[in-house]
Write a protein that binds this ligand. Structure first.
Ligand SMILES: [Fe+2]
Length: 306
């Protein structure tokens, strides 16, 4: 499988606006939402990713959107027992080179400058996405700041994602989330019904992973809910994650959530995708149920994972 397309020349001359991303159109059509693939980007020297600017961003985001903890974790991490690093947000950023920590700044689009950058990047993704996966929605940006040697435990995330490496390096192990031996229907259902992103790593699947050495200037596609874990390189790492959803992804997730409720009631629902007509009915019933729950003031959705 080809993982990185040929280099595409960016337009830097005159008043032509430079492109931020270089995406191989054929790779995108073949692999999007089905397998990881690499892209290139031109964001490494962008001033929004300097540590002083990230410090300012962290200070303006609500505390609920800044998550951080100790960075050297096992691949299987009970989320209730994730160790803290004992530092403030500010100290974690200022001492990231030596404080052995992992931090994510969530929904950075709340800051207008980051919001504009996210929009520009996703506009370039949309060109490739729209013809086959129309309706890009819920754009969200996340910035990861990690100490040398940090490990992000085995987990999955709910949305289409491109992770751009800005500074430092990462080794990323990704697993096929469509292989039900790797990720069961029940694990998907539990996560999409509000469970934590962290998963139990199964050692026997280690050799089945795609492995990517992500260097500055490279970006990697993560199909939604494909499990992965990340090993940071020997330097401070800064990564920018641009994410979005599509109506077809949302429909799939709704059927998983409907199946979860069937399973709770003792049924054995058919896997998503086996019976498209049945899936459409489940989707309709799920939307109906959700509308009723909202009318009654009860909601629930999965958290963002990384
Ligand atoms: Fe992730």
């Amino acid at each position: 499988m080809q993982l990185l397309g040929p280099s595409v020349t960016s337009a830097h001359a005159g008043n032509v606006k430079a492109r931020l991303l270089e995406i191989d159109a054929g790779l995108f059509v073949r692999n999007f939402d089905r397998a990881p693939f690499l892209i290139r980007h031109d964001l490494c020297d962008h001033p929004l990713f300097s540590l002083p600017r990230l410090l300012k961003l962290a200070a303006t985001l609500p505390a609920s959107l800044v998550e951080y903890n100790a960075g050297e974790l096992p691949l299987t991490q009970d989320p209730r027992l994730t160790p803290r690093n004992g530092l403030s947000v500010e100290d974690t950023i200022c001492r990231i080179a030596e404080c052995r920590s992992w931090m994510v700044l969530k929904n950075v689009e709340m800051d207008p400058q980051y919001g504009e950058l996210l929009r520009e990047c996703l506009d370039e993704v949309r060109v490739h996405c729209e013809p086959r996966w129309p309706g890009m929605q819920q754009p969200e940006g996340f910035i990861f700041l990690t100490s040398p040697g940090s490990v992000t435990p085995y987990h999955m995330d709910p949305e289409h994602n491109f992770l751009m490496q800005i500074r430092g390096s990462k080794t990323i192990h990704q697993f096929n989330g469509r292989d039900r031996e790797v990720l069961s229907e029940q694990e998907l259902e539990e996560y999409l019904s509000g469970g934590h992103r962290n998963l139990t790593f199964k050692e026997e699947f280690r050799s089945h992973s795609w492995v990517f050495e992500l260097q500055p200037g490279l970006g990697l596609h993560f199909p939604a809910t494909f499990p992965h874990y990340v090993q940071n390189g020997p330097e401070v790492s800064v990564s920018f994650s641009i994410t979005f959803r599509t109506p077809d992804l949302e429909r799939r997730h709704m059927v998983h959530q409907f199946n979860a409720r069937m399973r709770q009631r003792g049924w054995s629902p058919a896997p998503v995708g086996r019976h498209p007509c049945r899936d459409a009915v489940k989707c309709f019933l799920f939307r109906l149920g959700r509308r009723m729950r909202r009318m009654l003031g009860r909601t629930g959705s999965p958290e963002h994972g990384y």
